[in-house]
Design a protein around this ligand. Sequence first.
Ligand code: 13P
Ligand code: ZN
Ligand code: NA
Length: 283
Amino acid sequence: DIISNRNLLLDAQKRNYAVPAFNIHNLETTKVVVEAAEELNSPIIIAATPGTIKFAGARYLINIMKSAAADSTIPIAFHLDHHENIEDIKESIKLGCKSVMIDASALEYEENIAKVREVVEFARLYDVSVEAELGKLVGQEDDIEVSAADSELTDPNLAADFVKRTGIDSLAVAIGTAHGLYKKDPKIDYERLKAIENNVDVPLVLHGASGVPGKDVKKSIEMGITKVNIATELKIAFSDAVKNYFKKYPEANDPRKYLKPGKESMKKLVKKKIKLCGSVNKG
Ligand code: 13P
Ligand code: ZN
Ligand code: NA
């Protein structure tokens, strides 16, 4: 069955790799991620934003995940990414989802804690793992858009208090990455990551990994990142390949044909990211 990401991330923390979290949107992209992970024997987190849940339907999507997990040889966590609405989270948990992110990072510190705490208390009843964010990543993910002026790196001193008072299982940190691509390579604040890692016991999560050079992803993992979130690059790989297909075959109309190159291209990239995370054969 689909599992929480608690044990996945604790193992990653212990053995110094990261579990990749891939954002999916439908059956096709889910299958791509699962097949790639199976071929490399990697644990995976399959992530869905509120926009994706709305697009695909919570029950449909969770049933796809359950069926993927039932047939699979690797551990699969299905994770609600960047959820802000507590009622939506509760609904998906009741449908069997075991891993959630409550993103209250736009709120003031005390309000962020209170909202996360409420989700943690509910999640405990269902053995669901909870991720929350302290600080604010610049860029756009779904309907959440943060300008450079409003962005904020994670305060290492507050991080310990935040984790303790919320009771979260993992902490999403803002250390210089952004949602979406970059105009120039991001500058990751490794000193900050080190300080957070020193202050906090729970596994740390890196958002915005699309566009981050491989060496920086690797270094972040060495320094304590245990979950790496990847969305935008996958969408680009898929859609570019489909666009090329239509350029070549403008009359094409069979989705089983025109989606194929998208799947293949995305699958290559998923495998590359799994290798980058060091999660090969950790399944
Ligand atoms: P990217 O789109 O930059 O890969 O960010 C993904 C992410 O953080 C999903 O939560
Ligand atoms: Zn994110
Ligand atoms: Na990014």
